[in-house]
Write a protein that binds this ligand. Structure first.
Ligand code: ATP
Ligand code: MG
Length: 657
């Protein structure tokens, strides 16, 4: 991939140093890099003792003898829930708010302190034990964004029962296959949840998943949220609040082996059938807490942190539940969508709760750009000190908008690269140290060794593209794919010898910064030139009329692959186009714009103006579906799509266009 096409595409040179004020208070310092460099295992051992309370100290840091199956902190025993909850209460912080919960209906809010959380997790742990859940039993959680989701996860961790959280938006079918895969005996759900102003049913979806055919589920615990009517199966279904009331208020937590499985989580499915990734307790908890501290720069005594992810994907696990709570942070948890009841909802929450750290996804940022900066400008966002991004490459234009409009030009941005598989942040600026560069995740964090390599597994030179790999095991690495050790080995450890292949393409710029370009399957080959979808998308988004773009390579007889772009316009541009009927001119203008930004070779063969793009529930664009459209194929598996009607709209538009 060291072809010129790819290496000359981006020429971003702007950098932003953190302010003196930020540096003075920052948790992460340049010494971390030196310490990790000098003795990596010693570094992690020291961090493990700094960030976590161990019931039994470990006697070996890493066992890599059965690679690619790693073991960290051997002999160590701990309880994840005790680390995330009990010890903060014991240290006298019981009155600190753990969760400022904001429901989607306005004025529906609850504050939960660490002391209250402590009582809840103890009762829930007892309730689960009363239902017969034992160490090692998988529990399925299918909940909306309510505090009970965190309580349920922590209660499972407390009794050593790995949880398997499934998005509150998935269908009965998706649920059924995940229940079977993990063999869950207990499902924790709710009557329903609020989305876009309406209560939608969850219990009914669980009922659907358990209908007909064999399944291992013996009990369903139901949180009352919307108070809508639900069907009830006597002997199987129990109200969560009744079970907790009936349970003992105190629960003595037992410690588990550092390698004890903490949870199973399915990936978002952008590349095909989701994989059941599982994580172990000690290393995962360490790396999520450490990164919450040095990357998100959380100061538990003063910050108000907000991660907008859903609890149903890994960002919610690592950066709502385990990382921030292990530090004893105060955070916001929001139930609904960013436009309910109005498009300023996020900014109203930042203003009201005085949020200091905001962690969200590029897809959300581009949506806010589309709505216009007038909306956030109506709110006081001066409490913010740090901004974070995760989930997809963030285009330099979106990055700049985030910095200027949301961060007031004052807040460092951390573009954090990681995956369900990596468990925690791997590549990111350290905000008090790194001079940030728009669009680049930049460098591995201290303690992580990752590089960009060529086809032969050799590190590429500056200015070249290749594959992103992790060269050494890391504490929060996946321990495998649930029930399928071969697929684990095959998917991640077979492409390059002794290196973890993340599946992502990346480029090293002239200054040695890593630019993650997205999935290697998303790299196109046009007349022998390798081009990344991310770079063409960035060029399109840098046009003032474009809010979002998705690019795919469609089979083409003459060029091998041809570039097809799907574009969403900014609100002002849509109105204009409607008035002037200038759709065709605009397409020509956009093609020209890409040619100017990147080169004539990158000009899309086809640009479709669309109202929506197909996205997973975690907000990622499903390029494989757009590719199906561009190649006139039947559209593939849409089960993890947030809104499946989007594909019908696009296919329809394609036929008419
Ligand atoms: P599947 O593996 O089932 O196809 P997925 O890879 O989308 O699903 P996740 O584990 O949630 O599921 O996402 C990880 C991927 O998200 C990364 O491999 C990368 O492609 C992308 N990603 C995450 N953060 C960033 C980032 N900061 N910059 C660029 N890409 C990112
Ligand atoms: Mg993946």
């Amino acid at each position: 991939m060291s072809d010129e096409g790819l290496s000359n595409l981006l020429h971003e040179e702007r950098t932003f140093a953190p302010s003196e004020e930020f540096v003075a208070q920052a948790n992460g310092t340049a010494e971390l890099f030196e310490q990790a460099e000098a003795d990596r295992e010693g570094f992690w051992a020291q961090k493990a003792r700094e960030y976590l309370d161990w019931e039994t100290d470990f006697d070996q840091v890493l066992d890599w003898s059965e690679r690619p199956f790693a073991k960290w902190f051997l002999g160590g025993r701990l309880n994840a829930c005790v680390n995330a909850v009990d010890r903060h209460v014991e240290a006298g912080h019981g009155d600190r708010v753990a969760i400022h919960w904001v429901g989607e209906p306005e004025d529906d809010t609850r504050d939960i302190t660490y002391a209250e959380l402590h009582e809840q997790v103890q009762r829930a742990a007892n309730a689960l034990t009363d239902l017969g859940v034992r160490e090692g039993d998988a529990v399925m959680i299918y909940l909306p964004m309510v505090p009970e989701a965190a309580v349920a996860m922590l209660a499972c961790a407390r009794i050593g029962a790995p949880h398997s959280v499934v998005f509150g938006g998935f269908s009965s079918d998706a649920l059924r296959s995940r229940i079977a895969d993990a063999g869950s005996k207990v499902v924790i759900t709710a009557d329903g949840g609020y989305r876009r102003g309406k209560p939608s049913g969850l219990k009914s979806v669980v009922d659907g998943a358990l209908e007909g055919g064999e399944n291992p589920v013996e009990n369903v615990l139901v949180v009352r949220r919307t108070e809508q009517d639900v069907e009830w199966t006597e002997g199987r279904d129990t109200w969560w609040h009744e079970a907790l009331e009936a349970a003992d208020a105190t629960h003595e937590a037992q410690a588990f082996d550092a390698e004890h499985p903490l949870f199973i989580l399915y990936t978002s499915g952008t590349t095909g059938k989701p994989k059941g990734i599982f994580h172990a307790t000690g290393g995962y908890l360490l790396q999520t807490a450490y990164t919450s501290h040095v990357v998100h720069d959380i100061h538990p005594e003063s910050d108000v942190y907000w991660c907008t992810a859903d609890i149903g994907w890994v960002t919610g696990h690592s950066y709502i539940v385990y990382g921030p709570m292990t530090l004893g942070a105060t955070q916001v948890m929001y139930e609904g969508t960013p436009d309910t009841p109005h498009q300023g909802r996020f900014w109203e929450i930042v203003q009201d709760k005085k949020v200091t750290i905001l962690y969200t996804a590029p897809t959300a940022i581009r949506t806010f750009m589309k709505w216009g900066k007038e909306i956030p400008e109506k709110f006081d966002l001066s409490s913010l000190k740090l901004l974070g991004s995760v989930g997809e490459p963030i285009n330099p234009e979106a990055w700049m908008w985030y910095r200027e409009v949301i961060g007031g030009g004052r807040c460092p941005i951390v573009d954090t690269w990681w995956q369900t598989e990596t468990g925690a942040i791997m590549i990111s600026p350290i905000p008090g140290v790194t001079e940030t560069r728009p669009g680049s995740a930049q460098h591995p964090i201290p303690g992580i060794n990752a590089v960009v390599v060529d086809d032969m597994g050799q590190p590429v030179e500056k200015g070249s593209g290749g594959y992103l790999v992790v060269t050494d095991p890391w504490p929060s690495m996946l321990r495998g794919i649930w029930g399928d050790p071969e697929r684990y080995q095959e998917t991640y450890w077979s492409r390059f010898e002794d290196m973890y292949f993340a599946g992502d393409g990346a480029k090293l710029d002239e200054d040695g910064n890593i630019w993650v370009l997205g999935r290697v399957d998303d790299v196109m080959n046009v007349s022998g030139h390798r081009m990344s979808t991310a770079e063409i998308e960035s060029a399109l988004v840098s046009h003032p009329k474009v809010a979002e773009a998705a690019v795919v390579g469609a089979a083409d007889e003459t060029t091998g692959q041809a570039i097809c772009a799907f574009v969403i316009l900014r609100e002002e541009a849509v109105e204009q186009a409607d008035e002037e009927g200038e759709g065709q001119d605009l397409v020509a203008e956009l093609r020209q714009h890409v040619a100017k930004e990147i080169g004539a070779i990158a000009k899309p063969r086809q640009i479709m103006i669309v109202a929506e793009l197909p996205k997973t529930r975690s907000g990622k664009i499903m390029r494989r579906l757009l590719k199906d459209v561009a190649e006139n194929r039947e559209v593939g598996d849409v089960t993890t799509l947030a809104d499946s009607s989007v594909m019908d709209l696009i296919t329809q538009g394609m036929k008419e266009g």
